[in-house]
Design a protein around this ligand. Structure first.
Ligand code: SF4
Ligand code: SF4
Length: 78
């Protein structure tokens, strides 16, 4: 069982929907929102879908934040 070591916060109004973060997350924790932001993009959205089982939890690696060209992602380590 993977241990949760981090979490991220995505500023949905800064996101321009490039989805680099979705491709980059090794644990597939980021999905596309089904609601537009004020700029007219479908922003990336953080999900902890499998946190109940401990699979696919955020390890705080910050890969998502590093690839984001719009600095829309903040990473918090626990
Ligand atoms: S990398 Fe940044 S701008 Fe691109 S989808 Fe993710 S949060 Fe949005
Ligand atoms: S910090 Fe790493 S594991 Fe957590 S959401 Fe970002 S890329 Fe995924």
């Amino acid at each position: 069982m993977a241990k949760k070591e981090g979490l991220i916060v995505i500023d949905r109004e800064l996101c321009k929907g490039c989805y680099l973060c979705i491709a980059a997350c090794p644990n597939k924790l980021i999905i596309i929102s089904d609601e537009l932001n004020q700029m007219g993009y479908y922003p990336a959205e953080y999900t902890e879908a499998d946190s109940r089982t401990g699979d696919r939890v955020c390890n705080g690696c910050a890969t998502c934040a590093l690839v984001c060209p719009d600095l829309a992602i903040e990473v918090y380590r626990e």
